[in-house]
Design a binder for this molecule. Structure first.
Ligand SMILES: Nc1ncnc2c1ncn2[C@@H]1O[C@H](COP(=O)(O)OP(=O)(O)OP(=O)(O)O)[C@@H](O)[C@H]1O
Ligand SMILES: [Mg+2]
Length: 332
């Protein structure tokens, strides 16, 4: 039996800043992962680890000043980096959609929210103005917005943060994309609203059969929401695998540090242990493992070369040359 081709493959992707006369500053370093149809894939890591830029590269929305240095992104067998920008724009909406961290910056402040949601279905699904507005109101109802016909006439600033985020989700799902990219979609929300929005995202992805890439720094959210995850540190994936395997038996000291520094509701008395130090300055990346200066297990060999992501088992990888000796016999 052959394994079905992934929906999305990110292959050895490196992103960075190029300035003439200087070596490029590598921000995202040789990142590879795949996402299957309907899969929920989490990307976690500290602030500045390159999560958002990775997502933006997939969406073709890299900010000015950041370039793809090498690698490729393949969606349903199509190399997105060699797809024309016009063809790529056509993919955004019906195939790939993105929910941003702060909806206020992603929504147009002077256009009523109903019209903003209706724009995608009009352009991509060829719906009439009235049919697209009816779909927008239906999507708003699906995301749990009360009195959607009335709220559709509101401007973004007239709605609460939770409602604006629901508008973004309604907009992203209005053309039934096969892949939904979510960049910290719940970070700006109250905890109760956060929970509702997460359940909503899961339910809508189930209903529409959409795959999800979920970027967050919140491990509990990944635990609840995702099937597989990648842990990023300083632009590099240091560990990846099934969420339950990685959380039960982390094999990279950074992953272990992230788990030890996060609250565990099953063990509320456990002391939180922060990871000492700070991530490196990417313009002056250390020559060996980028985590070595903060790692209590670092050995001289760790300072020599950046370790590659090695397979431990099918679907499970780690980038640490000391992993076997550190974690052998260590209870999870
Ligand atoms: N337009 C830009 N020009 C130069 N550097 C940038 C630009 N955008 C991001 N960076 C740098 O790239 C690094 C990774 O940024 P990114 O936004 O992907 O991090 P992140 O993992 O999403 O962090 P956070 O959790 O804070 O959102 C950061 O050090 C950031 O300062
Ligand atoms: Mg980010």
């Amino acid at each position: 039996m052959t394994t079905p081709a992934p929906l999305l493959s990110v292959n050895n992707l490196s992103l960075g800043v190029v300035r003439s006369g200087h070596r490029p500053t590598v921000i995202v370093d040789d990142v590879s992962f795949t996402v299957a149809k309907g899969e929920r894939f989490g990307i976690v890591g500290e602030s500045g680890s390159g999560k958002s830029l990775t997502l933006r590269a997939i969406a073709g929305l890299l900010p000015a000043g950041i370039d793809a240095l090498s690698g490729s992104v393949t969606y349903e067998g199509r190399d997105l980096f060699s797809t024309s920008s016009a063809a790529r724009r056509k993919l955004m909406g019906p195939e790939i959609a993105m929910v941003f961290q702060e909806p206020m910056t992603a929504l147009n402040p002077v256009v009523r929210v109903g019209e903003q949601i209706a724009e995608g279905p009009r352009r991509h699904l060829g719906l009439s103005r009235a049919a697209a507005m009816a779909l927008a109101i239906e999507m708003m109802a699906k995301t749990g917005i009360p009195d959607p016909a009335k709220r559709a006439r509101a401007f973004p600033h007239e709605l609460s943060g939770g409602l604006r985020q629901r508008i973004m989700i309604a907009m992203a799902l209005s053309c039934r994309p096969k892949l939904l990219l979510c960049d910290e979609p719940t970070t700006a929300l109250d905890v109760t609203v956060q929970h509702q929005v997460l359940r909503l995202l899961e339910q809508l992805c189930d209903d529409f059969g959409a795959a999800l890439i979920f970027v967050t720094h919140d491990l509990a959210v990944v635990n609840q929401t995702c099937d597989n995850l990648a842990v990023m540190y300083a632009g590099h994936i240091v560990e990846s695998g099934r969420v339950k395997d990685v959380f039960r038996d982390p094999r990279h000291p950074y992953t272990r540090g992230l788990l030890d520094s996060a609250p565990d509701f099953d063990q509320p008395d456990r002391a939180l242990v922060p990871i000492p130090g700070f991530p490196p300055n990417l313009a002056d990346r250390p020559s060996g493992c980028a985590f070595a200066p903060r790692c209590i297990h670092a050995q001289p060999g760790c300072l020599v070369a950046s370790p590659a992501l090695e397979s431990l088992a099918p679907g499970r990888s780690v980038a640490c040359i000391e992993s076997d000796s550190i974690f052998q016999g260590v209870p999870a």
